[in-house]
Write a protein that binds this ligand. Sequence first.
Ligand SMILES: [Zn+2]
Length: 236
Amino acid sequence: MKKIVISIDVEQDCPPMLDTMRGIEEGLPKLMELFRQEGIKATFFTTGKVAELYPEAISAISEQGHELGCHGYAHERFDHINKEKAMEAISMAKSVLDDLGDVESFRAPNLKFPVSYVGILQDNGFTVDSSIAKYKPPFPRKTYKTGRIIRLPATITSSFIRLPLSMTLPLFDRMNDPVLFVHPWEFVDMSQTPIRYDCKFNTGETALNNLRAIIRHFKSKDYDFLRIREMAEYLV
Ligand SMILES: [Zn+2]
């Protein structure tokens, strides 16, 4: 059976351009409802800060059978901070998130995480890192294990799901075991917000309808929807 992961990076709106939380307040409930209706499980990489501000919304993620993962503390760019600051951010985020779920998977903001920092994840009890992407240098093709950490690349950038389905569905069919990711703020209408075009086109209803159609497309092809930890174990 073919397998797919739907992952969600749960953060402030369109960082670093905004610091509003419409995605958490308006977008996240829509996603939770969509996954409930479709009967699928997903993985939510959440920042420590969002978890502190919205503990009930974030604990609902694990309660509904999804996987809760970590997306840094304040959506800091790990490729822009030194190792000491990185250790501080990761351990702060982990201790907040540990109260709300069983957290073993990590994804760095912007999918950029220095290889020399991977040991910090291991020291903090993580087993999976999805801070790499097939479409970003160094273009990792495969999932691999380093120490106790399984590194699993994201397949395609998030705004891809907002493109017309006639364009994206045939491309999805050519991906092996895809790891897709989206953000809650993409499911809020951002068309009137002064942010980059790629962050706001087709946000809101179109994004939600597209994601529903994409999920149904994969279901029609008998894909198994896995949490990222399950996919990591399956691939190594
Ligand atoms: Zn992010």
